[in-house]
Design a protein around this ligand. Structure first.
Ligand code: NDP
Length: 464
């Protein structure tokens, strides 16, 4: 990895090497977590030099250790009457600036490494929103795909029958993530309500009729596009006429596509785990409405797009290639919105070769460390996930505020607040990178701005 500090020969480089050696020894089988830690630590050289109390207070050693890891059995019965068992987790990572807040992911790949990386990132992301939220993440290695509604409900109820004792509106407030949408949040909220006999804001992403916020479903995608618009504005540009690549076709991808269309851009790709589509005419609002129905109501595959829009192309996923050809399509902007490490160094080189000048990350850690370096070194407008996709958790924060006030804010009001938060996050990244002489580096800017607030709160609260 060659992020800023790791290229330098300063004493901090030696410190990082020793520090990462220790973290690796303590977390030997957690590559995603180590990747996330290394990225943050590598951004902090200037901060550590200017605030030596962080080093003497061992703040880094403390911040990489979750406050609590909960790991539990989730037994449930499928439609055939067979007993199934999954693993459930909640990582309560850091509560220095507020109660734990972060999503739940249901996907067969879920393990401790993935949830710890997501929880760690969440700490800094939530800090960037300027709202009082600590960081957490959780989920299970359960695959909702292909399961009946009844199976999903029984799984969610079993999951919540353990999780409920660890969460609460002032303690830990989970939300959705991959595989956890409105349906799953509904089943889990119902079970929590029954077990505790309380109707409180313990999960965000709730339905509008039962405590949800307008714009929450849209927030991550919209926010990611607003962040990209802020980056473009620094160069006097807008989305008008820009061609965009979007990966994924779930919640984040759908609303990213919607907002790009709103702002005058054209989206030409979408994907899922089976492959990707290319529609050179653009995925217009009408076509997107069809995709939303396919994905959210009929739970279909993106390849079915061709049955409705035969001029498009479908390319099956091919894991034997060393790159994803979707990222080699000619475009101006890229919005990875599916999953972690979906862009490697070859993909990053392909994006640059085809003139992509904006990458705004809707997914969490979608670029490998090597791909990040390609973007940073090239000086393109590269918005890292913890800044660019913070709109979702920001509107979750608004949902919590509305729930405590027992009030609903209008759609325009929430959207306006979201836009302002994304603008403030962008400004924090710019200010932090300017302060430490790394202008234009949004990766280091986001890490520094997110870290300082949490570190100061931890120092103020003593050794706890
Ligand atoms: P969804 O479950 O709604 O959609 C996920 C999409 O990504 C689907 O199209 C899915 O395809 C695809 N995908 C998932 N895993 C893989 C994989 N291993 N390989 C290829 N494709 C994959 O999730 P979201 O849209 O909510 O989340 C997408 C990303 O955004 C995640 O990284 C999440 O952590 C991040 N994020 C989400 C937020 C939110 O508010 N929802 C907030 C901040 C970040 P398939 O259906 O075939 O599995």
């Amino acid at each position: 990895m060659t992020t800023t500090c790791c290229r330098s020969t300063s004493p901090y480089s030696q410190f990082i090497q020793d520090f990462m050696g220790g973290v690796t020894e303590r977390n030997p089988y957690e590559p995603e977590f180590l990747q996330a830690v290394q990225e943050v630590v590598c951004s902090l050289e200037g901060v550590m030099n200017s605030k030596p109390q962080y080093l003497s207070g061992n703040i880094l050693q403390r911040i990489v250790e979750p406050e609590r890891v909960i790991h539990f059995r989730v037994p449930w019965v499928n439609d055939a009457g067979e007993v199934k068992v999954n693993r459930g987790y909640r990582i309560e990572f850091n509560s220095a600036i507020g109660p734990y807040k972060g999503g739940l992911r249901f996907h067969p790949s879920v393990n401790l490494s993935i949830l710890k990386f997501l929880g760690f990132e969440q700490v800094f992301k939530n800090s960037l929103t300027t709202l009082p939220m600590g960081g957490g993440k959780g989920g299970a290695d359960f695959n909702p795909k292909g399961k009946s509604d009844g199976e999903v409900m029984r799984f969610c109820q079993s999951f919540m029958s353990e999780l409920f004792r660890h969460i609460g509106p002032d303690t830990d407030i989970p939300a959705g993530d991959i595989g956890v949408g409105a349906r799953e949040i509904g089943y889990m909220f119902g079970e929590y309500k029954k077990l505790t006999n309380t109707f409180v804001g313990v999960l965000t992403g709730r339905g509008l009729e039962w405590g949800g916020s307008l714009i929450r479903p849209e927030a991550t995608g919209y926010g990611c596009v607003y962040f990209a618009a802020e980056m473009l504005a620094t160069r006097g540009e807008t989305f008008e006429g820009k061609t965009c690549l979007v990966s994924g076709s779930g919640n984040v991808a759908q609303f990213t596509c919607e907002k790009i269309n709103d702002l005058g851009g054209k989206v030409v790709t979408l994907s899922d785990s089976s492959g990707w589509i290319f529609d050179g005419d653009g995925i217009t609002p009408e076509k997107l409405a069809w995709v939303m129905d396919l994905k959210n109501n009929r739970r279909g595959r993106i390849s079915e797009y061709l049955t409705q829009f035969p001029n498009a192309e479908f390319h099956e996923r091919n894991d034997s290639l060393d790159h994803n050809p979707m990222w080699a399509v000619d475009a101006d902007c890229a919005f990875p919105s599916a999953t972690q490490n979906e862009i490697n160094a070859t993909d990053a080189d392909n994006l640059l070769r085809n003139n992509v000048c904006v990458v705004s990350e809707g997914a969490n850690m979608p670029s490998t460390a090597e791909a990040q370096n390609v973007f940073v070194d090239a000086g393109i407008l590269y918005g890292p996930a913890k800044a660019a996709n913070a709109g979702g958790v920001a509107v979750s924060g608004f949902e919590m505020a509305q729930a405590s006030q027992r009030l609903y804010w209008a759609r325009e009001e929430v959207d306006d607040k979201l836009r302002q938060i994304m603008s403030r996050i962008h400004q924090q990244c710019v200010d932090a990178s300017n302060e430490f002489g790394i202008e234009g580096n949004y990766v280091d800017g986001a890490n520094i701005a997110g870290f300082v607030k949490v570190a100061d709160a931890m120092m103020a609260q003593g050794i706890v």
